[in-house]
Design a protein around this ligand. Sequence first.
Ligand SMILES: Nc1ncnc2c1ncn2[C@@H]1O[C@H](COP(=O)(O)OP(=O)(O)OP(=O)(O)O)[C@@H](O)[C@H]1O
Ligand SMILES: [Mg+2]
Length: 503
Amino acid sequence: MPVCRARSLALVGIDALPVEVEVDVSPGLPGFSIVGLPDAAVQEARERVRVAISNSGYKFPTRKVIVNLAPANLRKEGPAFDLPIALAVLAASGVLPAGSLADAGVVGELSLDGDLRGVRGALSMAEGARSNGLSRLILPEVNAQEAASIGDIAVYGVRSLKETVDFLAGKISLSQSRLSENESSDGVADAPDFSDVAGQGYAKRALEVAAAGGHNVIMSGPPGSGKTMLARRLPGILPPLNPEESIEVTKVFSAAGENGGSLIKVRPFRAPHHTISTSGLAGGGSNPRPGEVSLAHHGVLFLDEFPEFSRQTLEVLRQPLEDGYVTIARVAGTLSYPARVTLVCSMNPCPCGYAGDKRRACRCSAGQIERYQSRISGPLLDRIDIFVDVPRLTRQELRGDDVAESSGQIRKRVVAAREMQTERQGVPNSALSGRALREICALRGDAESLFSQAIDRMGLSGRAHDRVLRVARTIADLANEEEIAIEHLAEALNYRRSRFVDR
Ligand SMILES: Nc1ncnc2c1ncn2[C@@H]1O[C@H](COP(=O)(O)OP(=O)(O)OP(=O)(O)O)[C@@H](O)[C@H]1O
Ligand SMILES: [Mg+2]
């Protein structure tokens, strides 16, 4: 009996790499061994496959069955190899015609009765299968819609081992899964509206700039001034995801097992609680998944009550905020997940919350304030572009009947500004660096001399210098101007000043 093969895929980060499942059935003492999987997983897969095969009405060969998952040096995790192992065993024992598995990628977890459970990373697997020259992908029905959104590969959703065998043997036909275009989704999140927020025009403007260019923001102010309220309204003004971003975001959600089954069109907004663990934020675990910082990829990571987060937890944000991805160290090498986020934080200026308030006295000692503010690491603050004070509302603002601008109106400007960026450089202004940054954010005339003065006066770091330029570029884009004028730069510089946060 020749060796039978099935092709499968293993998820590494958000990429799927090809795995070959080889099965040899030979005369000898009956047995079933799998090589190429970590110890614990082998045991489980062996039992599931054996029981699922007999419960689907087939006979498990009473001979010596050896399964090899190649390449051996790739660490294969998760139960997605159950289905390809079962199919290759059935091919080796003559149930399936040889050759029926030739051009198909197969993934799926088996339950004991032979039904299929969904897998993580379906979209990545479809992409991996396509780029490795496979013409078909067979996977659990719940994942089929998501996998079909990649296109250029025939995707078949199956419900059980029996159905898969019948399909491969040509006894039944299945229709290809197709992407059902959800036309109603125009990339707008279902979020509360900015018109609910009274006053706070300065903070709203700052959030508009942040949304337009993807800049990091920190809001500081007394309790009840509206910081949490403002941040929660941010999703409603974010620009839609472009098609490539949409695929990347879906891949991350799918790898985390959090995707509903179709393509994600709305920018993510993640607001983890301050008790979150380091691995919850960065990602990882024994069967690794992306963390919150990756689930916020191309969207917003909102850290409410910023000083309450553990310093050590926040340190993992330093790399993603700079590079746009997070690296996770593992026993078997390192793994990385994309994590290009807009960071939005909120904090009180001191433990009682009233430092700097004009009317209400602050009860904290200078030492207390210092200790409170020192909980936030300097290197993280250096990665913030926009510092906003959110003061207590005045009586007029609280009781007045001014109607504030709606999220829809603000979003129009944000979308137009983001389109300019995409057309000019392909990425948002916050991702500009090096030579592109110098060229696209060139200053002329009095803007240049204002900046030179500000660098000396404010003692800007190299990183802060770049950040001011990017923000100024976004402000100019919002004004639909080709060149950064002195007023755009002045506004950007203003966002680096704060009464509360000492930089
Ligand atoms: N600018 C505002 N306009 C309208 N309502 C507001 C405003 N600010 C606060 N409120 C009301 O007060 C509530 C509390 O506001 P919010 O939670 O945003 O305060 P906060 O600044 O986050 O306070 P804390 O520092 O304690 O977290 C809101 O749910 C809202 O009902
Ligand atoms: Mg709050």
